[in-house]
Ligand binder design. Structure first.
Ligand code: PLP
Length: 454
């Protein structure tokens, strides 16, 4: 093998070279030098979050997603990022008994599992497999029907009191419909509409992590670099807002059935800990009433003031469209080209090959079906010093019905071009060796990937 230095293709972090430190430094100076910004920024914030950012986000999201009507600030609550928001959503809108199940588009974002477990859903999490176009809607319907069948008599929340600002949903569906982590797939429009209809029919809340939507570029590796400044597809929350009268249609309770979780983690930096939760005004207010926000005020109040400055004056858009999109597109191209050159000849494949636009941080690589992904990932680490994520870590805990024995996730956001190429060359040698049935001694040196590698 070439250089023994370890190469990390598992970390789903933004490249440090792309962090907007200069912009943030300017915004911080403006915010802290002006008492009209600094004082509210450093005090407890309103439950719904820093009002100027809610307003600015509404304008910004309207411009990007182009919904039929603009997004007003009453639809937005500021969060501490998608992860913290997920915890708040479950605290406010679920009951661990009345809420019958948590259905994940699988493979699923693995760090979400514990947040559901923390809220009492261990043993109630189920996988709905993706096909090449994302979550399979007929299997989702089946899963919803199945869990309704087994929940007769479960008519009231058992652990949460009635609340004037919230409702408890019977089901939760968790997904990343655009440039998914880990599968990189995008759910097409017809399935998005079907998903919203199913959620309405079964009183489900669809929690949609929309954290990669802005990071998109042409799938064609030979396309000349250009920014894509509008969203590819409507979000689930946009569909739910307008379909057949939306959450205010006759007979509906006004909460809606989907929420969009946005975040500056992937387009700014995760340390900012700022995101947003969008839903119907009633829903967005409910999110803000999580106990921790009522006690401590909305999270990330100070960094919200920085992000308000940068979004409002156009800096974030410019950073995303002129810096991040071309940079990640180039990284994507490097990784895909290396895979095509070194891994395709060995039978590995990438999903959803018919797309015009791709994006996000990840590639989901399916290995030949004689190659076990856990074994392969261990050998990549031990023999090639390349760290990759085996498919099993994206399997829903407690549900053995959906396995990813022959898939691995590779990240292109974190490491530089030359290292990506080197990593793929190294793992192609491991794959070749697996295909020949060789089992070198070193393959058993370590069990599993590095500790806390994500
Ligand atoms: C699908 C998904 N949701 C949420 C997160 C975490 O987002 P945040 O940093 O906003 O908590 C990630 C990060 O990897 C992610 O991939």
């Amino acid at each position: 093998m070439a250089s023994p230095d370890s190469i990390n293709l598992i970390k789903g972090w933004p490249s440090t070279s792309l962090l907007p430190t200069k912009h943030l430094s300017r915004a911080a100076q403006i915010a802290l030098a002006d008492p009209s910004i600094a004082f509210p920024g450093l005090l407890y914030g309103p439950d719904e979050g820093y009002a100027p950012l809610r307003e600015t986000l509404g304008v910004w999201l309207s411009d990007f997603y182009q919904p039929e009507q603009p997004v007003g600030k009453e639809r937005i609550t500021i969060t501490g990022g998608a992860s913290q928001n997920l915890a708040c959503l479950l605290e406010v809108f679920t009951d661990p008994v009345y809420t019958r199940d948590i259905l994940f588009a699988a493979p699923a974002y693995m760090l979400a599992f514990r947040i559901f477990e923390d809220n009492g859903f261990s043993g109630k999490m189920k996988a709905v497999p993706e096909d090449d176009d994302g979550m399979d809607m007929s299997l989702l319907r089946k899963a919803l029907e199945e869990s309704e069948k087994h929940s007769s008599g479960n008519k009231t929340p058992m652990f949460k009191p009635p609340r004037p600002y919230a409702k408890y949903y019977r089901h939760v569906i968790y997904c990343v419909p655009t440039f998914s982590n880990p599968s990189s797939r995008t759910l097409p429009l017809d399935r998005r509409i079907e998903l919203v209809k199913l959620a309405r029919e079964f009183d489900a809340l669809v929690i949609s992590d929309d954290v990669y939507d802005f990071l998109q570029w042409p799938a064609d590796l030979n396309a000349s670099p250009s920014s894509i400044t509008k969203a590819l597809l409507p979000r689930l929350v946009d569909i739910d807002r307008f379909l057949d009268g939306g959450p205010e249609r006759s007979g509906a309770d006004g909460y809606g059935n989907t929420t969009s979780s946005g975040s500056f983690s992937k387009i700014g930096g995760p340390g900012l800990r700022v995101g947003w939760s969008e839903g119907s005004p009633k829903f967005a207010y409910g999110v803000s009433q999580a106990g921790s926000s009522c006690s401590g005020g909305a999270p990330s109040q100070l960094t919200s003031t920085y992000m308000n400055i940068l979004v409002k004056d156009g800096t974030m858009s410019e950073h995303i469209f002129k810096t991040l999109q071309p940079a990640y597109a180039a990284r994507y191209k490097t990784l895909v080209s290396a895979i095509e050159a070194h891994l395709y000849p060995l039978g590995a494949r990438l999903p959803q090959s018919n797309r015009q636009v791709v994006g996000g941080y990840f590639l989901w690589l399916t290995l030949p079906d004689t190659v076990n992904a856990i074994d392969f990932a261990k050998r990549c680490q031990n023999e090639a010093q390349v760290i990759i994520a085996p498919g099993n870590i994206f399997e829903v805990p407690g549900d053995d019905s959906v396995k990813f024995r022959h898939s691995v996730r590779l990240t292109f956001s974190w490491i530089d071009h030359d290292l990506m190429v080197e990593a793929v060359k190294r793992i192609s040698l491991v794959l070749e060796s697996c295909l020949k049935g060789e089992r070198p001694e070193e393959a058993h040196k370590q069990d599993g990937v590095n500790e806390n590698p994500y």
